[in-house]
Design a protein around this ligand. Structure first.
Ligand SMILES: C[S@@+](CC[C@H](N)C(=O)[O-])C[C@H]1O[C@@H](n2cnc3c(N)ncnc32)[C@H](O)[C@@H]1O
Ligand code: SF4
Ligand code: SF4
Length: 390
């Protein structure tokens, strides 16, 4: 399969802020969504996070401002939305706010999820965050008391995280800015679901948005809450558990780009009977702190790189052999295809669906956690056996 640029079409279409040459539009366009990990250190020890349990499977480091600028220059013509984190705590990188400001200055919508527990923001830092043009900040605060919160957010400081969120909200009001959206994100698990109503009241009191999601428990049943059971019966819909408060002020620090031609989501066609698949290598690019590119945010480790944005062009990476192999594999569900792609290694829980998983709970759980085990040993997940495929 060739994902390279299609040769038909001669029209030049104008989108605000850029010219897009449709002649050069590829069959699978370079995406409008990117994810940049600005550092994979973390102050917390969350038990289901590879960084939290010390099994990142990759070198720890922080992206330098120069590296960020290089990457930004390459993604800017395409980027509409940028997630500024992956599996680390973003505010540990002291250049982080400056990086956000650079991206927002290009009109890119930036989101960051943070444990907000690395340090207490000063007024000055809060002001710089608001003025950076950051589009949204989500504080990961899973509980309404220190006790329930710290079951998952080990080493986290509940009061500090909440204070930081409230401070951002106050400073945003003072500056009369509508950005960033300030959201408390509460991941529901067996140890905190009793505090949902308390969290709602606290969020209103502090004037911050609140969203509830089910924590992914990776097959560990004692972390599952009754809401997980409800979701399985179709009685819990996350979209209905997002509560936004009225926002004030004008958008004075951030002018978003228009959506671009590349913003259409591409879904690989799946055969009948396969309810969902993985579309990440078709729709987003995930960039690690060292400039290297991963096929997705799920497979994490030095063995899974598919390119390097510090040394290659974005076209070389996006249409390069590794991502093409992954796409080829994901587009043709079925038995193993010997594509030697990262995806076919079974590196993540999702890809096991493609490989035909035994209908057995124990096996399913083993596969789900395999990535953590594999990366802990610093080698590819089971089934890969070939370094050149990652
Ligand atoms: C890996 S974290 C990195 C950013 C930051 N350190 C944080 O925790 O917010 C990225 C996102 O994953 C979420 N996350 C962490 N553990 C999770 C789990 N077990 N299930 C679902 N989401 C989880 C976090 O809450 C956050 O929204
Ligand atoms: S705070 Fe985020 S990065 Fe840190 S251990 Fe928890 S989930 Fe992982
Ligand atoms: S490794 Fe898994 S999550 Fe990542 S791109 Fe492949 S199938 Fe998708």
């Amino acid at each position: 399969m060739n994902d390279g640029p299609a040769q038909s079409g001669k029209v030049l279409q104008h989108f605000p802020g850029r010219i897009i040459d449709l002649k050069a539009q590829p069959s699978i366009p370079i995406p409008s969504e990117f994810l940049i990990e600005t550092g994979n250190f973390c102050n917390l020890r969350c038990p289901f996070c590879p960084t939290g349990v010390g099994r990142a499977g990759m070198e720890l480091g922080l992206m330098s401002l120069d590296a960020f600028k290089t990457v930004l220059t390459k993604i800017e013509p395409y980027a509409y939305y940028l997630e500024m984190m992956n599996w680390g705590e973003p505010f540990i990188n002291r250049c982080f706010v400056e990086m956000v400001a650079l991206a927002a200055g290009k009109g890119i919508r930036t989101n960051v999820d943070s444990n907000l527990s690395a340090r207490e923001f000063t007024e000055d830092e809060a002001e710089r965050i608001v003025r950076s043009g950051l589009w949204r900040i989500r504080g990961s605060i899973d509980g309404a008391t220190q006790e329930s919160y710290a079951h998952y957010r080990r080493r986290g400081k509940f009061d500090r995280a909440l204070r930081n969120l409230a401070l951002l909200r106050r400073v945003r009001e003072q500056l009369e800015s509508s950005t960033p959206i300030i959201e408390w994100q509460f991941l529901i698990n067996a140890r905190n679901y009793q505090e949902i109503e308390m969290a709602k009241a606290m969020a209103v009191e502090r004037g911050v948005d609140l969203s509830f999601k089910l924590m992914d428990t990776w097959g560990e049943d004692d972390w599952r809450s009754p809401f997980h059971e409800m979701a399985e019966r179709g009685e819990f819909n996350e979209t209905e558990w997002s509560f936004s408060l009225p926002r004030s002020g004008t958008d004075q620090f951030f002018t978003p780009k228009q959506r671009t031609a590349q913003a259409d989501t591409f879904m690989p066609e799946l055969p009948a009977g396969v309810p969902s698949g993985c579309a990440q290598p078709f729709n987003r690019m995930v960039i690690n702190w060292n400039g290297k590119v991963l096929p997705c945010c799920m497979c994490y480790g030095d063995n899974f790189y598919v390119g390097d944005l510090l040394t290659q062009s974005i076209e070389e990476v996006w249409y390069g052999p590794e991502l093409s192999k992954s796409r080829r594999f994901l587009k043709h569900y079925g038995p193993q295809q010997q594509t030697r792609s990262v995806c076919e290694t079974g590196a993540c829980a999702l890809s096991s669906k493609y490989l035909g998983e035994p209908d057995d709970d124990v096996e399913r759980r083993n596969r789900s956690v395999r990535i953590f085990r594999a990366t802990a040993q610093g080698k590819p997940a089971a089934g890969s056996g070939d370094q050149s495929s990652a």
